[in-house]
Design a protein around this ligand. Structure first.
Ligand code: SF4
Ligand code: SF4
Ligand code: FES
Length: 284
């Protein structure tokens, strides 16, 4: 059901905003209350801009501006994801009038819980991008010489691939997935940056790769040039933290802002990995 926006006479003079803050990675989070003047047609990013300009909490105390991430402001870059009134979503497309229609008392802003907090509402999505590396989510071409036009993509394949190509690496599906748990490696005393990066990668690779990466593997396996790496992608999905880790709870597909058919991709990946494993067994 579409929530109705509040009528003009019901619009509040002020909006209460509760923000879960954290000063640095690994530090204790705390809640902070802000009150800003209501203006029509704001989104959550404009609320955060007003909070930054005020830099004063509801007790009148000067506080450092709340940190958040954003880029495109039109639900394309995927960087502004946060948990808003308990639901993971993009803050650029979260309209204040709609949020107030659901809960007129306050807007609650929290960082995603499945990624390490960098500061306040900014999280480190490195593991999400590492998963795309794991499944080689790209078309392998080099640009040293002109290879001419690429192979034609059939209409059916275009229609199947286009929805998957809209993934913006926002992390909503990972936040909602019960099989995706937070991994937050910490650099040990005396450990070099290089050694830490390697250990971090290994820890990420032991965890669930996530529905976004499974779906991207299916996208590139269905591309005329991309399919040259199909076997390697399926190997990655067959290993630890691959497709077998998915519990089929289907939370991912329910929260994806791009409405990507993630469970269809997961089902396709399940069939493809099984066939791949059988083929490898006969090829021995
Ligand atoms: S279907 Fe799989 S990937 Fe999607 S939320 Fe459930 S466990 Fe996670
Ligand atoms: S699949 Fe959807 S929810 Fe997941 S990262 Fe991509 S766009 Fe975001
Ligand atoms: S700012 Fe790019 S998706 Fe919200």
């Amino acid at each position: 059901m579409i929530a109705l926006e509040p009528s003009i006479k019901n619009r509040p003079e002020f909006i209460n905003v509760r923000v879960r803050r954290q000063n640095a990675p690994g530090e204790k989070p705390y809640w902070e209350l802000h009150k800003i003047k209501y203006e029509p047609e704001m989104n959550v990013i404009s609320v955060l801009q007003r909070i930054a300009a005020q830099a004063t909490n509801t007790d009148g105390k000067r506080v450092p501006p709340v940190a958040w991430d954003c880029g495109c402001l039109e639900e394309v870059c995927g960087s502004c994801t946060m948990v808003i009134n308990g639901r993971v979503r993009q803050s650029c497309s979260a309209l204040v009038d709609r949020l107030l229609a659901d809960n007129p008392d306050e807007i609650v802003l929290e960082p995603m819980t499945k990624f390490p907090v960098v500061r306040d509402l900014v999280v480190d999505r490195q593991r999400l991008f590492r998963a795309l590396e794991r499944v080689k989510a790209w078309v392998p071409v080099d640009s040293y010489y002109n290879m001419g036009p690429g192979e034609r993509i059939l209409r059916d394949d275009q229609e199947r691939n286009y929805p998957l190509s809209q993934c913006m690496s926002c992390g909503c599906c990972l936040e909602a997935c019960p099989q995706y748990n937070k991994i937050e490696p910490k650099q040990k005393d005396g450990e070099s940056n290089e050694a830490f990066e390697e250990r971090k990668k290994a820890e990420f690779d032991a965890g669930f790769v996530g529905p976004h990466a499974i779906s991207q593997a299916m996208l590139f396996n269905n591309h005329p040039t991309g399919k040259s790496l199909a076997g390697e992608r399926l190997d990655a999905l067959t290993g630890p933290g691959g497709i077998a880790a998915c519990g089929n709870a289907q939370n991912c597909v329910a929260v994806c802002p791009k409405e990507i058919p993630l469970t269809t991709s997961i089902a396709r990946a399940g069939r493809a990995t099984t066939l791949h494993a059988i083929k490898k067994w006969f090829d021995k």
